[in-house]
Design a protein around this ligand. Structure first.
Ligand code: ZN
Length: 194
């Protein structure tokens, strides 16, 4: 067993011992909110937004982008599980700002192993076994956090399967302070229409 696997299993044993009555939680989120946010390891939505098990849906992907699959989850979240307010939360210093579709496609075309970044450019440690498939993927990179939050809130708001009475709020999480800063233009764009 790898070190990581044994650490995860050991931590889970402790979690199970302290599980309490959480097995009785209902399936629908108790506080009726959903958060779409980035997968960045420094972000812990349960902590930064004060969530406990059973409270909320948290949908995560690279960048916290409103991709087709993120919207699929949000639609299920409201339609079948009753969430009534949604947050889109991007963050400062996001890795999605550090490359373009062309850069990642070229890196993957050359080699699949982990690339390195010198604060300016990405490079591959090896140069074999790459694949051209990366040129055909839309990677949803980010040029400007504020603009990306507005874009994503607008995309959700304007989606035909998203009801007009669900407000969508836009925020940027500051990784240097832990603070959520509202993107007013996004929240305005995501305003519910009663
Ligand atoms: Zn990120």
């Amino acid at each position: 067993m790898s070190k990581i696997v044994s650490e995860v299993i050991a931590a889970n044993d402790v979690y199970v011992q302290n599980f309490g009555d959480k097995g009785k939680l209902p399936l629908p989120p108790g506080r009726k909110l959903a958060i779409l946010t980035c997968m960045d390891a420094r972000l812990d939505p349960a902590k930064y937004a004060g969530l406990a098990e059973g409270d909320a849906h948290v949908i995560r992907n690279a960048g916290g982008r409103a991709t087709d699959d993120a919207i699929r989850s949000l639609v299920i979240s409201h339609k079948l599980l009753g969430t009534q307010e949604w947050f889109v939360i991007h963050h400062t210093n996001c890795g999605m700002e550090l490359f373009s579709d062309e850069i990642i496609a070229d890196l993957l075309d050359d080699d699949l192993s982990t690339a390195s970044f010198d604060r300016k450019t990405w490079s591959n440690p090896h140069h074999h076994g790459g694949h051209a498939a990366g040129h055909f993927v839309k990677w949803h990179t980010i040029k400007n956090q504020t603009a990306s939050v507005v874009q994503d809130v607008r995309r959700i708001r304007e989606h035909p399967l998203v009801p007009q009475n669900v407000p969508v709020y836009g925020y940027v999480y500051d990784v240097s302070s832990g603070r959520l800063e509202e993107v007013k233009a996004a929240t305005e764009a995501g305003r519910a229409v009663a």
